[in-house]
Design a protein around this ligand. Structure first.
Ligand code: NAP
Length: 299
């Protein structure tokens, strides 16, 4: 349980509702900042304005999945304006408090480093990334189905990258009856992809491999679907780029060649906010509990 723990949640979207619910269930005291339009139905949860004293009292500070931008703004779908997290607030955070965020942009990392505040990036964790790959793959399949006039079953699908998202994507496509080619750069990934029934190739060969591809799913966060690759794709092929912005596709050339290509960021929060929220809530609450218990043992 988190009895006696003060959590301050600043901004967010529908996913944070699951986190609030979980923390309230565990008996934490939760203060919401930037939730003016939320009808509060949780016991032990109150709303407040951001202040130095509020952050000074906090044991856990929770930011949205996208964190804080480099101008110090924390977006909230529950308020008309973003919350402005100025440097002075970091000075008031006490030494044992922890900031939990999905991802951290450079400014947040820098402020935490300058003021010796521990920062936890939940999306960096393998467990969260693997759970998140499920709604990501489902969302990518949805986009593929909506944008093509052929079935995934019987099509030739290429997945670039064999990490946490790539493996789930390849397995989902395979389960639907696609022929799945997987672009890897490591021998162990080549072996594993073979064992799983896919057709692996090394990414240096991506242009040659592109010739028969109907659907291309990229998870590599650097330029890989180059003009040369796109030039070899059949005209009806569809590219779904899942890698973080700006993706790994030459979108300009795809448009010029008349090949449909789409950058599809943030799918878990779009197609399954409740599940995505539960993934964050479960991980964040576990980590907060571990940190809180450790602190109690030390004191
Ligand atoms: P990951 O586990 O690190 O997987 C990335 C894969 O790309 C690894 O297999 C890596 O190979 C490979 N790779 C990286 N650079 C490469 C290169 N230059 N050439 C060949 N292979 C390369 O990451 P992830 O969690 O799957 O996430 C992948 C991307 O998807 C990230 O950009 C992430 O932000 C994004 N993402 C998007 C969504 C969405 O909704 N669209 C959801 C989740 C994640 P090695 O193993 O050899 O390093």
């Amino acid at each position: 349980m988190l009895t006696g723990l003060n959590a301050v949640m600043i901004g967010g979207d529908a996913r944070q509702l699951e986190v609030i619910h979980k923390l309230a269930e565990l008996d934490a005291s939760v203060t919401l900042v930037g939730f003016d339009n939320l009808h509060n139905q949780y016991g032990g949860v109150r709303k407040a304005e951001l202040s130095e004293s509020l952050l000074h009292e906090a044991d856990a500070i929770l930011l949205p999945v996208v964190g804080m931008d480099d101008d110090g703004k924390v977006e909230s779908v529950f308020a008309a304006e973003p919350v402005q997290l100025e440097e002075k607030y970091f000075l008031s955070i006490h030494a044992q408090a922890v900031i939990y965020t999905g991802i951290a942009k450079p400014k947040l990392r820098q402020l935490c480093q300058d003021h010796q505040v521990r920062l936890v990036e939940l999306l960096e964790r393998d467990d969260v990334a693997i759970y998140n790959s499920i709604p990501t793959a489902e969302g990518a399949l949805m986009i593929a189905i909506q944008n093509t006039d052929f079935t995934i079953h019987g099509s030739c699908a290429m997945v670039l990258g064999f990490g946490r998202t790539g493996i789930t994507m390849a397995r989902s496509l395979h389960g639907l009856g696609a022929k799945v080619k997987v672009g890897v750069r490591r021998e162990d990934h080549f072996a594993r992809a073979t064992e799983m029934g896919f057709e692996p190739f090394y990414t240096q060969m991506v242009s040659e491999e592109a010739k028969q591809v109907d659907l291309l799913f990229n998870t590599i966060p650097s330029m890989i679907v180059t003009a040369q690759v796109i030039a070899n794709l059949p005209h009806h092929a569809f590219i779904i780029d899942l890698a973080s912005k700006p993706g790994g596709t030459d979108f300009r050339y795809a448009e010029r060649r008349g090949i449909k290509a789409m950058l599809a960021p943030g799918l878990p929060g779009i197609v399954a906010p409740k599940t995505a929220g539960r993934i964050i809530a479960s991980c964040a609450s576990r980590l907060i509990m571990e940190d809180f218990t450790k602190r109690g043992d030390e004191e």
